[in-house]
Design a protein around this ligand. Structure first.
Ligand SMILES: Nc1nc2c(c(=O)[nH]1)N[C@H]1C(S)=C(S)[C@@H](COP(=O)(O)O)O[C@H]1N2
Ligand SMILES: [Mo]
Length: 414
């Protein structure tokens, strides 16, 4: 389990500051030879699902490789059975642009706050750590396209299985407090976030994401300088990233060094062309349906997963087996996790584990005694505190976003 954050704030502050400013973070993001490191592969349970397992990315242990540059690395699903906090060393990775700094000096880093503000700011990590109130929040970071590999018919984009998600305890400061220090002008409308990554070709749109001022000021959106009690791994956004609790992580801008307050709606590529979903419940439309109003992706929806059993698990007839997994509510807490032991005919509530807050993974657990030899289909369905339940049938949209169908597992008993 991760080391607990120190309960003495002053000591903890000094420790974090030491970690973040320990000099240039040496890493070798650009310095490996693609294809040369792995002899281990894994078969995802969908078409074209063969993947290499790699452990040569800086600060990462075993990850599932989808692409090298820019990196797309998926968390092996067994990691989610070990606890509700996903270790930094196996937290998934997703970047859009190939030019990513390979070393960042925490002592030289500055965050700019500019645009429609009364006072332009240039904040060091030390400023952020010592001049603003520290907050800690457990929250799920999930890619909009998590589980895209399951879309039928298939759609273009990273063919993720279910591991483009992770839960961490984020430590940092409220965006609201930083914006208040700068002072927003009366016509401030949106807040735009930019990180240190860039494209190689001229004309590649820089990766920029924006939030409405009211959302940016909700007191929950935060700038995180630590993750699970440690500095962020470089490829998860060292030294600072945006956390937008309950929203898909396309908004969670990494290596964040520029905040610009806008007085008009952001019309950049990443807000108006990419990451659009149909404006329908759950982002669901008929396959190939056109003429649908599209809107920027936003709140997450509930999901739940089995973590200790899979389609290759064999159980003993008559023997009680603990079945467990994780769930999250999306933009709300978990109200209930329902499990079916009879292929969806009946569902009963599972026992819920510790509540780490409404944006966190939550463990669930139940037991199953196979009554006879044969195959048994189990299902799991989460319902969030807004009453929103996972759908029984998969959704579809052309971006391959927001998949959250009820998950099934087929267990054999002998
Ligand atoms: N600077 C920057 N931040 C970014 C991105 C990016 O390409 N550049 N991708 C976003 C997307 S789409 C995802 S899914 C998350 C992935 O976060 P992770 O790599 O820490 O898991 O980062 C987000 N933040
Ligand atoms: Mo994403």
């Amino acid at each position: 389990m991760r080391e607990k954050l120190d309960s003495q704030p002053e000591l903890e502050r000094r420790r974090i500051l030491r970690v973040l400013t320990a000099g240039g973070l040496a890493s070798t993001l650009g310095g490996f030879t693609p294809g040369a490191w792995s002899n281990e592969t894994l078969e995802m349970p969908f078409e074209n699902g063969r993947r290499d397992i790699v452990s040569n990315f800086p600060q990462k242990s075993k990850m599932i490789l989808l692409r090298t540059r820019p990196p797309l690395l998926e968390t092996p699903f067994s990691v989610f059975d070990r606890g509700v906090f996903t270790p930094n060393s196996q937290f998934y990775v997703r970047w859009h642009l190939p030019n990513i700094p390979t070393a960042i000096d925490g002592t030289k880093f500055r965050l700019a706050v500019r645009g429609q503000v009364n006072q332009v700011l240039s904040l060091s990590l030390k400023d952020l750590i010592t001049k603003f109130e520290r907050i800690d929040l457990a929250a799920v970071n999930q890619c909009s396209g998590n589980s895209r590999g399951w879309f039928a018919p298939r759609v273009a984009g990273g063919q993720w299985n279910n591991g483009a998600m992770g839960n961490a305890m984020w430590t940092g400061v409220r965006l609201k407090d930083v914006l208040a220090r700068a002072g927003l002008k009366g016509d401030a409308l949106q807040v735009r976030f930019n990180g240190m990554d860039t494209g190689v070709l001229p004309g590649t749109p820089d990766f920029l994401k924006s939030l409405d001022v009211a959302h940016a000021n909700d007191g929950e959106v935060m700038l995180a300088y630590a993750m699970n009690g440690e500095a962020l791994p470089l490829i998860n956004g060292f030294p600072l990233r945006l956390i937008v609790p309950g929203w898909y992580s396309t908004y969670w801008v990494k290596m964040l060094n520029d905040i610009e307050v806008l007085n008009k709606p952001d019309d950049n590529y990443w807000m108006t062309k990419a990451y659009l979903i149909p404006d329908t419940p759950g982002g669901n439309i008929g396959v190939g349906q056109t003429g649908v109003k599209m809107v920027p992706i936003n709140k997450m929806v509930p999901r739940s997963f089995f973590t200790n059993v899979s389609d290759v698990t064999t159980l003993k007839v008559g023997k009680s087996q603990s079945i467990r997994g994780i769930a999250f509510g999306g933009d709300a807490g978990i109200k209930q996790v329902l499990v079916s032991l009879d292929d969806g005919k009946t569902f009963a509530p599972a026992k819920l584990g510790t509540d780490h807050g409404k944006y966190s993974f939550r463990q669930w657990q139940t037991t199953f005694v196979p009554p006879e030899a044969g195959k048994f289909v189990l299902k799991v369905k989460a319902i969030n505190s807004n009453g929103l339940a996972q759908p029984d049938a998969p959704i579809w949209n052309p971006g391959g976003f927001m998949r959250n169908v009820v998950e099934s597992v087929t267990l054999a008993a002998a």
